[in-house]
Design a protein around this ligand. Structure first.
Ligand SMILES: Cc1cc2nc3c(=O)[nH]c(=O)nc-3n(C[C@H](O)[C@H](O)[C@H](O)COP(=O)(O)OP(=O)(O)OC[C@H]3O[C@@H](n4cnc5c(N)ncnc54)[C@H](O)[C@@H]3O)c2cc1C
Length: 422
């Protein structure tokens, strides 16, 4: 009988390269992620979930595999993955450990947003030169030293939803900024080497404005930076998303991840940047389905070889799950393939519909998997109950929560920019 690891190594790609017409280098990268997920992440996932500990050894291993630098441009020593290639690779990791895939996303965005996305944005020649010089130092730390970055934006109010200026403030001083504020749900807190925060630059007497949002990498060991609070959530426990406090923390100007004004430009002209939280959940959706098929066939490693596939109600449930999975995959693949700067209105609306669909369907598939497989399938010794809990978190992720996607889809379909009712 094959071992659990043999079976996992045999999982088919979520997006079969020939059918989805993936380029050879894209397919190779995704294959690497899938095999890494099965071989390295899967065996460690349960314990980190149970103990709510951060799997830092996964990130050390990702450094060795070149996965920490997946979106670092090739010229800077990385794999130069595009937005789509990254999303496809991250979905493969999400199948085996949702929390690692989600935390990896926070790290990778510090390179994807400053790399391929920033290359698409309008910048003056001076801004571009300064940006390219600064990002080089971040990329070097990652590629050479294995530095891990995180992305703590949330503050508990409307800022992470994109409605008001961030309450965390950067006061300009000679050579850099003094940072004061608080970030909640900071995945990789206490584990990352740099916290890539969004904050509002505000000089004496100035009013806070979203346009003055700056994106800064704060060294985790800088004086004035601390991690506080407990972490005992329902799901995605291994992200260890505790609270970060900044009390008069000095950060050098060279730690700007984007020049002044460019984050605001990115958020408005490259909206698919916010779809990067979805791949981990696409992977969880696939994992819930895979589990069900394997369990009903009596082939799930670690369980008795009892078949349950002969009951018509279970066959119908699997058919419904397959339909939901194919619908989710098709929409997601379209959205990640067409992501670009200055997308059309239809593309933006499709991006909201995609985020909503992936986040809601991942959990709906896990719910159905539990009902279909039955009681023994939700025992903590098996992965399904973790998939169920992890997938529940997807629709809460700002700025594109399921509710906010619904709000925007409705409003932006019915109103053109600037249109009002009398
Ligand atoms: C496992 C996990 C890991 C996370 N990791 C990170 C991370 O690394 N970095 C990070 O920045 N965040 C992270 N988050 C946080 C996440 O993105 C949200 O910010 C967080 O879940 C919001 O919690 P809340 O209770 O403040 O949300 P809510 O109260 O739902 O929302 C916060 C505010 O957003 C606005 N808002 C919410 N819904 C609407 C709506 N429908 N219409 C208009 N405004 C609305 C309101 O002003 C509201 O007060 C993580 C969350 C989880 C669950």
């Amino acid at each position: 009988m094959p071992s659990a690891l043999d079976l996992q190594a045999c999982d088919a790609p979520i997006f079969e390269p020939a059918s989805f017409r993936l380029a050879a280098d894209e397919a190779a990268l995704i294959d690497k992620a899938r095999s890494f997920g099965a071989r390295v992440l899967a065996p460690r996932a349960a314990q980190h979930d149970r103990d709510a500990t951060f799997p830092i050894e996964n990130f050390r291993d990702m450094h060795q595999e070149g996965l920490l630098g997946i979106c670092v441009p090739r010229g800077d020593g990385g794999a130069g993955a595009s937005f789509r290639s990254y999303c496809l690779a991250a979905a493969e990791l999400g199948r085996y450990c949702g929390a690692t895939a989600l935390s990896w996303n926070m790290h990778v965005c510090s390179t994807l947003w400053t790399g391929a996305l920033a290359d698409d944005l309008d910048m003056t020649a001076h801004e571009r030169a300064v940006h390219n010089a600064r990002r080089k130092q971040h990329y070097q730390r990652i590629v050479r030293d294995g530095a891990v970055y995180s992305q703590p934006f949330s503050e508990g109010g409307a800022a992470a939803a994109g409605l008001v200026a961030f309450g965390t403030e950067a006061k300009p001083v000679a050579g850099g900024f003094i940072i004061n504020g608080k970030k909640i749900f900071a995945s990789l807190s206490g584990a990352a080497d740099y916290y890539g925060i969004l904050c509002t630059e505000r000089g004496e007497g100035e009013t806070a404005s979203r346009r003055n949002t700056i994106y800064l990498a704060i060294p985790a060991n800088a004086p004035g930076v601390s991690v506080t609070g407990d972490w005992d959530p329902l799901g995605m426990r291994a992200t260890v998303s505790r609270t970060l406090l900044f009390k008069d923390a000095f950060v050098s100007e060279d730690e700007m991840l984007m020049p002044r004004g460019v984050y605001y430009r990115a958020a408005t002209s490259w909206p698919h940047m916010f779809l990067t939280l979805s791949p981990a959940y696409m992977g969880l959706a696939q994992a819930a389905y895979d589990f069900t098929v394997s369990y009903l066939r009596g082939e799930l490693p670690g369980t008795p070889p009892v078949k349950r596939r002969m009951y018509p109600t279970k066959q119908i449930a699997v058919a419904e799950m397959r339909i939901m999975l194919e619908q989710t995959k098709a929409l997601w693949f379209q959205a990640i393939s067409e992501a670009r700067a200055n997308p059309s209105k239809a593309q933006v609306l499709r991006a909201y519909a995609t985020q909503f669909t992936v986040m809601e369907n991942a959990n709906a598939l896990a719910v159905k998997a539990i009902r279909t497989c039955g009681g023994q399938a939700m025992l903590k010794g098996l992965a399904l109950e973790r998939i169920y809990r992890d997938s529940r978190c997807g629709s809460l992720m700002l700025p594109w929560t399921a509710e906010i996607c619904l709000d925007r889809l409705g409003r932006e379909t019915l109103y053109e920019p600037g249109e009002k009712d009398e």
